[in-house]
Design a protein around this ligand. Sequence first.
Ligand SMILES: [Zn+2]
Length: 144
Amino acid sequence: MNDTKRWIPVREGLWSDPSADGGEAQLIGSHCLTCGELFFPRQDSGLCSYCQSKDLEDIRLSSKGKIYSYTVVMQRPPVYYKAEVPYAIGFVELPEGIRVETLFTGCDLEKLHVGMDVEMVIEKLHEDDEGNEIVAYKFRPVTS
Ligand SMILES: [Zn+2]
């Protein structure tokens, strides 16, 4: 019997695989070479949704940013979200100028604030029925 638990990304292609390239996981977005627009998640259609250009390249986004907005959710949503409550969700603005929707982790919900420095981590979201860990990117306060 194989009891090895697997890490399964909540969605493929959101971040780079650190075991593949020896670096740290980074969120992957799209950059339109025609109009300069950035997207996250990346445009799987291969089309820029602003200018319809097909000239898109994948880019690795910064792993640190600042909280742009957030809210604390006290009640478990009826579907999809299976981890604990309360939790914080919101947007982080990255130095590239793009805002990424995210869950927040490793933080005192009372102390979160707009403009706070945060960094990206890959962390368990919940376990599936086979005991595999479903993982997602989240942001946590930078401690240093
Ligand atoms: Zn474009």
